[in-house]
Design a protein around this ligand. Structure first.
Ligand code: UDP
Length: 486
């Protein structure tokens, strides 16, 4: 078990200084006073399985910083595990919650699961005091609760960041395996109501994922800064970046022959001049990239068949570009499935006409430097007119939240997490079935050709995020859940 130090970062004053967040921060300070007072004298312990990578590790530092600045005692510990069989098992558990795999877990699996947690239990018990509150994140450290409560009189919360709406044999299998640990917990927290197993419903609170508006992925980037980042990363070219040098690793683009090269090597992406439709995600079949490319091509073809080629609507669709962006596989170890999906997209790309190839860019973003990667995603989103998240299945879909925060209108599928965030024709559009290409193509066209509506949806989107999906809503929910347990 390892205690994690929290680095310096944005303070409450910095959030308050953002005009659009000012009210939110004041309201937050007002509404959380009571629960903060109720938590006096105890320490909150957050325990998960990694200090880097993944949404939990990304969000915890900013939450902890804000809470500490308000006088709340809160610490973060990470379980240590060297046993490969433990990681294989927890990966299988994770996949099974998403209905993949056979859902069969044996007593041998349970022995591995508990052994690694037992190795971490003593240090956890040594740090935690009677009266404290302990939050265990995700399945990996789940068995710790019973081990801690045997020695300490504390309240335990299990925070599950994953889930699936549908249940089948696999999901039932994994939940049955995990149900042995339920009794050690006083409260459960899930991301969406539809992810909660039936037997836990009475003891569960919902806290959705959220964004930190001041993180590198979300903070404001003025046009010169945005252009600087795009130059540094090679997404635009033609001149040297002014203030800072090139990133060590540049973004790359798939070439018409399927090879990888500099983004503007074969034809200019022209990002800053053209209407741009963008999806940023991992290379995962469930993200609906293939269907999005097909629908975009369909829209382009239909446009070429139109009779009025002198009007702006025709010209706008003709000028529009599609960007499909995801991690450069050179920086992702051990993701054969991701590479397979990327290769399928490359094959699809190789098979289309050259003029359409110029209008579609599959971008590979470097991942060696998390700050640079976040800034590239931020700049790309800000230079896009529409952000699409065409997921076949989606836990929540932070890419949509990130886009709405940036006042970008979103076009999302009806997958659970996305439907929860986006309101159709209020802050974007929901194309219920991501495989319905005709409807998807029509919606992209409709959004592109309605700039005023797009602006309105973008503004509404930011309000939606401010009211529901920022760090502050998340901390307020946590304070409410935890103070009730005292
Ligand atoms: N992302 C990124 N670089 C990439 C691809 C994705 O930073 O090359 C980020 C994206 O901006 C978002 C996160 O990865 O913050 C993905 O979270 P989401 O909830 O959308 O989907 P998940 O990957 O968890 O299924």
């Amino acid at each position: 078990m390892q205690k994690i130090n929290i680095k310096e970062g944005p303070k409450l004053e910095d959030y308050k200084a953002y005009g659009s967040l000012n009210n939110l921060v004041y309201e937050f300070l007002e509404t959380t006073k009571k629960s903060i007072a109720e938590l006096e004298g105890c320490t909150i312990w957050m325990i998960n399985s990694t200090a880097t990578g993944g949404g939990v590790a990304e969000m915890l530092p900013s939450q902890i910083r804000i809470l500490r600045s308000l006088g709340v005692r809160i610490e973060w510990m990470v379980i240590e595990a060297k046993d490969e069989s433990f990681f294989n098992l927890t990966k299988r558990i994770h996949n099974a919650i998403h209905a993949s795999g056979d859902g069969i877990f044996t007593e041998e699996d349970r022995a591995i699961f508990e052994k690694v947690n037992a190795q971490n239990a003593d240090r956890a018990v040594a740090a935690i005091q009677d009266g404290d509150l302990v939050v265990i994140h995700d399945p990996q450290p789940m068995p710790l609760a019973a081990m801690i409560t045997k020695k300490r009189n504390v309240k335990m919360v299990w925070r599950c960041h994953i889930g699936l709406e549908e249940q089948n044999k696999t999901t039932r299998g994994v939940w049955s395996f995990l149900s042995d640990y339920f009794d050690s917990y006083d409260q459960f927290v899930f991301s969406l109501p539809s992810y909660v197993p039936e037997e836990l419903k009475k003891k569960t609170s919902i806290i959705t994922p959220a964004i930190d508006p001041l993180s590198h992925k979300n903070r404001i980037l003025h046009t010169d800064k945005c252009i600087g980042i795009l130059l540094q990363s090679g997404i635009i070219s033609g001149r040297e970046p002014l203030l800072y040098g090139y990133y060590e690793h540049q973004a790359r683009r798939i070439m018409p022959d399927g090879s990888y090269n500099a983004v503007n090597h074969n034809s200019d992406l022209d990002l800053i001049y053209r209407p741009t439709v963008t999806e940023v995600s991992r290379w995962d079949r469930l993200k609906g990239f293939k269907e999005l490319m097909d629908a975009f091509i369909m829209m382009k073809r239909e446009n070429e068949a139109s009779s009025d080629t002198s009007g702006v609507p025709y010209k706008r669709i003709k000028a529009a570009r599609l960007i499909l962006a995801g991690p450069d596989p050179a920086f992702v170890a051990d993701d054969p499935e991701g590479e397979e999906v990327l290769n399928e997209l490359i094959e699809q790309y190789q098979s289309i006409d050259p003029d359409l190839q110029a209008d579609i860019a599959i971008l590979l973003l470097p991942l060696d430097n998390p700050k640079e990667n976040a800034l590239i995603v931020n700049a790309l989103q800000r230079f896009s007119n529409i952000i699409v998240q065409n997921s076949i299945q989606e836990g929540f879909g932070l890419t949509a939240t990130e886009a709405m925060w940036k006042q970008r209108p979103v076009l999302v599928s009806g997958a659970a997490g996305l439907r929860f965030q986006v309101q159709h024709n209020v802050n974007g559009k929901i194309n219920e079935d991501p495989t319905d290409l005709i409807s998807l193509a029509n919606m992209i066209k409709n959004m592109l050709n309605n700039p005023k509506e797009r602006d309105k949806w973008g503004f509404n989107g930011q309000i939606r995020v401010i009211e529901n999906f920022t760090l502050f809503s998340q901390i307020a929910s946590w304070l409410s859940v935890l103070s009730k347990l005292r």
